[in-house]
Design a protein around this ligand. Sequence first.
Ligand code: HEC
Ligand code: HEC
Ligand code: HEC
Ligand code: HEC
Ligand code: HEC
Length: 206
Amino acid sequence: MRKILLGLSSLIAGVMIFYLFQPQVAVAEDFQQPIAFSHKTHASDNKVPCEFCHIYARRSNSSGIPPLVTCNQCHSVIKGTKDDQKKEIKKIEEYWNKKQPVPWKKIHDLPDFVHFSHKRHVQAGFDCTECHGEISNLDVITMDDMKADLSMGWCVDCHKKEHITSGDKVIGQVRETRGGPVVQNAPQPKQDGTLQGSKDCYICHK
Ligand code: HEC
Ligand code: HEC
Ligand code: HEC
Ligand code: HEC
Ligand code: HEC
C-alpha cells in the first residue's frame, strides 16, 4: 500500500513538474472557434487534401478558409456518430439556414506592411507543412503549433537558403496534392540548380 501511495505521489509530482516546465502557451479560449473543426479528423483520419478546402493556396496570395458549401459537400450526408460530433456538425446547418458565414477566428496574421504570397511558394514546390508544421495532427490550431513565428528573420533565413530543385521545383517531401506548374514569371533556378528567395526589402515591403 505504502509503495503504491509513494508511486502515486511521485507520479503526481512528475505531472506537476511536467506542467511547470511546459513553455508558455496562449490560453485555449483565445482560439476557441465557433465550430469545433478538427484538422486531424479531416486531413489525417479521412485524408481530405489541404487544397480541397484551401483552394486558393496555389492561385492567390491568400489560401482562404472554405465557405459552408465546401463543408456541405460532405455534411449534408455525414451527421456524425458520437453526440458531441452531432452537436458540432449541426451548427453547419444552423449557419447555413441563417445564411451566415461561420465567423472563424483568424490565427495567422502578418502586419499589413508585409507582402506574402502563397501562390509563389506553393508553386515553387514547398509543401504546406514546410511552413505550417504537421497541422493534420491537430484538433485545434494555435499560433504555438506553427512551425515558425512569422518573424522577418524566419522569412529571410529561408530566402537565404539555396533550395535544391528538380524540374524547377524545390526538392522535399511533398503531399500528393502539391505540384501545379511553376508561375510564369518565376525566376529560373540558378545554374547550379538551386532556387532562392529574395533579400531585397521591397520584395516583402512594397
Ligand atoms: C475539410 C476542410 C479542411 C481541410 C481538408 C484542411 N483545412 Fe485548414 N482550415 C479549415 C477551416 C474550416 C479552418 C478554420 C478553423 C480553424 O482554424 O481550425 C482552417 C484553418 C487552417 C489554418 C489556420 C488559418 C488561420 O486563421 O491562420 C491553416 C494554416 C490551415 N488550415 C492549413 C491547412 C493544411 C496545411 C491542411 C492540410 C494538411 C488543411 N488546412 C486542411 C478547413 C480545412
Ligand atoms: C470530404 C468530406 C468532408 C468535408 C468536405 C468536411 N467534413 Fe467535417 N467530417 C467529415 C467526416 C468523415 C467526419 C467524421 C464523422 C464521424 O466520425 O462520424 C467529419 C467530422 C466533422 C465534425 C465533428 C467533429 C470531429 O472532428 O469529428 C465537425 C464539427 C466537422 N466535421 C466540421 C466540418 C466543417 C466546418 C467543414 C467545412 C469547413 C467540414 N467539416 C468539411 C467529412 C468532411
Ligand atoms: C512559405 C511558407 C508557407 C507555405 C509553403 C504555406 N503557407 Fe500558409 N501561410 C503562411 C503565412 C506566412 C501565412 C500568414 C499570411 C498572412 O497573415 O497574411 C499563412 C496563412 C495561411 C492560412 C490562413 C489564411 C490566409 O491565407 O492568410 C491558411 C488557411 C494557410 N496558410 C494554408 C496553407 C496551405 C493549405 C498551404 C499548402 C497548400 C500553405 N498554407 C502553404 C506561410 C506558408
Ligand atoms: C520555406 C522557405 C521560405 C519561407 C519560410 C519564406 N519564403 Fe518567400 N520565397 C522562398 C523562395 C525559394 C522564393 C522564390 C520562389 C520563386 O520566386 O518562385 C520565395 C519568394 C518570395 C516572394 C516572391 C518574390 C517576388 O519576386 O515577388 C515573396 C514576396 C516572399 N517570398 C515573401 C516571403 C515572406 C514575407 C515570408 C515570411 C512571412 C516568406 N517569403 C517565407 C522561400 C521561402
Ligand atoms: C522575405 C521577406 C522580408 C524581407 C526580404 C524583408 N523583410 Fe522586413 N519584415 C518582414 C516581416 C514578415 C516583418 C513582420 C515581422 C513581425 O511582425 O514581427 C517585417 C518587419 C519589418 C519592420 C518592422 C519591424 C518591427 O519591429 O515591427 C521593418 C522596419 C522592416 N521589416 C524593414 C526591412 C528592411 C529594411 C529590409 C531590407 C534590408 C527588410 N525588412 C526585408 C519580412 C521581410
